[in-house]
Design a protein. Structure first.
Length: 505
């Protein structure tokens, strides 16, 4: 006779052969085709290239050659809470993959128990069967050789006496349960969990890139505001000089109160502007503190003008194909693969579920004999569950999974289109801002020449000081616009690097 282990091995071997059947549902063959241009309309000489999602992005912010930016970027990578959450999500989904893979193996559990029971006198199994009358009734149980009482004088004799029973029962069983993945439900579930884990890894890369870009963008926004503050402070000083001159001219009877009121209004307006820019800088500084993992109250950025910032040149020959390069696109593609696997899980719900179940152990009324050979017990056998009628639930589950898959397809295609939109926007911004900056530099040069000429005329006595102040105000306004454009160009460069998936090297 075969042992339970031999029987289980035979059944498992047979089911393993059957498990070679392909998994239910569609296999995943990659993302859908999306039309991608060979070049950008704002950079027509760029060449197309194969996407490289796994390429190292490195410290892309070093193209700006700013030691302060290098330091705070490293701080963000170690203390930013969004990055910490993304790392924890990866640990979570990796555990879910192991959880899904565990269904490939049998489960073995142990449930020892000890009970003391009493049976009922009225239990049906305790009721006796009439077999005759007791001939010794009335004698209290006569001794052998004693005279027998008359027939029909004693109570009825029962084959089983209706007596209760109190006993102990000690059990030490081990239960086995194993689902044979004949139609691929477990395989598809693991496939989906693995794709979800890969999506979380892509999400981590996307979070890293977003945090790095936000840190660089916020930092250069602060620098741009520092430059504006410097220009506005000089403008306020010029406004004060104009107000003092207006008052002196009023006292001398050379002008009216209207000129003084206008000068005072200009001064107050520029002072209000200065306070507004300082408030914006404070808010940006607090935002940068949060990105770096610092309390806002304990973080300061020393003022420094943006004028020394190096705008990196965009090299030619960058790839226009962004598929699989940007981490957000990789994230959408992995979600698509996970949704495809869920369709397979839903299809497997239409097929039977086969399980191997078994139990083995010991059972005894005496604890001392619990592990005796005569106390052993076992049982083994397969079970099958057939989905005969479920009120349309399986079909509804399949339609839900298919709809979610189509939704992920649409989301993937949209993400690709958004990627090209981001790059085109950044390229367009850089091109137009570069032209605008060139024109603004010409305006600054002309305003500076006008200021110097007006000062020379004033020194020769051919003009009054008001003309000099007006020329200086015009120069300061043009310089402020120039600083703003430099900040916008820096922001556009950061956004282009982010749109390309990090770095263009």
């Amino acid at each position: 006779m075969k042992t339970p282990i031999a029987i289980l091995a035979s059944l498992a071997g047979g089911c393993a052969c059957l498990a070679g059947i392909p998994a239910a549902g569609p296999d995943y063959h990659g993302p859908p085709a999306v039309e991608t241009p060979g070049s950008y309309k704002n950079a027509p000489h760029w060449k197309a290239a194969d996407p490289r999602d796994a390429m190292p992005r490195g410290a892309w912010w070093k193209v700006f050659r700013d030691p302060v930016l290098d330091r705070i970027e490293q701080q963000a990578l170690t203390a930013n809470q969004d990055i910490a959450q993304a790392v924890d999500r990866i640990a979570e989904v990796r555990a879910q993959v192991r959880q899904a893979a565990a269904d490939f193996y049998p489960t073995l559990g142990m449930q020892p128990s000890a009970t003391r029971e009493r049976s009922s006198n009225d239990d049906p199994s305790q009721r006796g069967e009439l077999i005759g009358q007791n001939p010794f009734s009335g004698t209290g149980g006569a001794a052998p050789g004693a005279a027998k009482p008359a027939a029909k004088s004693g109570p009825l004799i029962l084959s089983t006496q209706p007596l209760s029973n109190t006993y102990n029962l000690f059990r030490f069983p081990m239960d086995l349960n194993w689902e044979i993945d004949l139609f691929g439900r477990v395989r598809r579930a693991k496939e989906g969990a693995k794709a979800t884990a890969e999506a979380s890894e892509a999400d981590l890369q996307n979070t890293l890139l977003s945090v790095e870009a936000n840190v660089a963008g916020t930092y250069y926004e602060i620098r741009a505001l520092d430059g504006e503050i410097g220009v506005i402070q000089r403008t306020v000083a010029t406004r004060r000089d104009a107000l003092d001159i207006a008052r002196e001219r009023l006292n001398a009877g050379l002008t009216s109160d209207l000129d003084v009121a206008r000068a005072a209004s200009d001064l107050a307006s520029d002072e209000a502007t200065l306070d507004g820019v300082r408030r914006s800088r404070l808010e940006m500084e607090n935002s940068l503190a949060t990105l770096l993992g610092f309390p806002a109250s304990n973080f300061r950025v020393a003022p420094r003008a943006l004028i020394d910032t190096r705008i990196p040149n965009i090299p030619p020959g960058l790839p226009s194909s962004l598929l699989e390069r940007r981490p957000d696109i990789a994230f959408a593609e992995r979600q698509l693969a996970a949704s495809n696997a869920q369709v397979g899980v839903a299809v497997a719900g239409f097929f039977p579920s086969i399980r191997l179940t078994g139990a083995a152990g010991f059972e005894s009324a005496d604890l001392g004999d619990i592990f005796g050979w005569q106390s052993r017990i076992w049982q083994i056998g397969p079970s099958i569950t057939l989905p005969i009628f479920s009120g349309g639930k399986n079909m509804a589950n399949l339609r839900v999974a298919q709809a979610r898959f189509r939704e992920q397809v649409d989301g993937y295609r949209k993400q690709v289109l958004v990627a090209f939109q981001d790059v085109e926007n950044s390229l367009g911004d850089l091109r137009t801002l570069s032209d605008q900056s060139d024109a603004q530099e010409r305006a600054v040069t002309a305003a500076l020449r006008s200021y110097r000429l007006s000062q020379q005329q004033y020194d020769k006595g051919n003009s009054n000081f008001i003309d000099v102040l007006d020329a200086e105000r015009t120069l300061l306004l043009d310089e402020r616009i120039s600083v703003q454009l430099l900040g916008q160009r820096t922001q556009a460069t950061v956004q282009l690097i982010k749109a390309l998936g990090g770095s263009w090297e």
